[in-house]
Design a protein around this ligand. Structure first.
Ligand code: ZN
Length: 259
């Protein structure tokens, strides 16, 4: 790759195999459900890795817990099927507890070495004012795993399971305040909303109506964002935003925030 090509945001649409990592069931659909549907429709293999079991996703103590976790697993499979997701991986860690999991990056690296994606989707751990520790921890650990899964000396016990190192060439951060890529999702907004509302334990009744409204509002707001790249065409109504980066730009790059 020459320098000029390297300095352009990596091309999201050249991906063939995507691994999308989320702290909770529903985070990917809410953030980039339209992008997932677009990629899958283009023939990209899309797999999910969900880090927690989602068991804390209720304020009602009668609902939260193992029973809710089982419900949310089914909801995510239904939601993913709407978008064209073909594989589901789970770490089943305790919801709200990711920041206490010391080997989280190694566990994610193991899945990267199994799936061997050419595009890794991660929550952006550097989103200012993000208060949920699972979101911050998930993003940081995914970035760590992206950085290190290609090194044989990192988590070498994977080799005994027959897993070779894998240096994924591109990472894209969703839930980002520093996007460089705008994805037109006009053709996918209805599917995105359906995928979000498939999480019935999270969004029902007035909350479902609210999610529909805010998804449309955020899509319209994102359409106005100033990004370096727009794919696959200029959006008419709705967009999603990503920070897409070549591996070589993700380490010791003092300009990374603005690239
Ligand atoms: Zn979440």
């Amino acid at each position: 790759m020459d320098l000029e090509a390297l300095l352009q945001p990596a091309d999201l649409l050249s991906a063939r195999h995507v691994l999308a990592v989320a702290p909770h069931p529903d985070d990917i659909e809410v953030g980039i459900g339209g992008t997932i549907a677009l990629l899958a429709e283009r023939g990209v293999v899309v797999e999910y890795l969900t880090l927690t079991d989602g068991g804390a996703g209720s304020a009602d103590p009668q609902v939260a817990g193992a029973g809710l976790a089982a419900v949310r697993k089914r909801e995510l499979q239904t939601s993913g099927a709407i978008l064209g997701v073909s594989g589901f991986h789970w770490l089943d860690l305790a919801d709200t507890g990711l920041a206490q999991v010391s080997d989280l990056a190694k566990r994610i690296a193991t899945v990267i070495r199994q799936v061997r994606p050419d595009l890794l989707l991660s929550m952006d751990p550097w989103l200012p004012y993000e208060v949920h520790p699972d979101h911050r921890a998930a993003g940081l650990a995914t970035a760590d795993a992206f950085a290190l899964a290609g090194f044989p000396e990192y988590s070498p016990e994977d080799a005994s399971r027959g897993l070779a190192p894998h240096a994924c060439p591109v990472i894209a951060f969703y839930g980002t305040s520093r996007p460089n890529t705008k994805v037109a999702i006009d053709a996918y907004i209805e599917r995105k909303i359906a995928a979000i509302l498939a999480h019935q334990s999270q969004f029902s009744g007035s909350e479902a109506e609210f999610m529909k409204s805010i998804t449309q509002f955020q899509g319209a707001t994102s359409k106005e964002a100033d990004t370096r790249v727009t794919v696959p065409s200029e959006p008419l109504h709705f967009a999603e935003l990503l920070k897409v980066m070549h591996r070589r730009l993700t380490h010791y790059n003092t300009q990374a925030e603005w690239m």
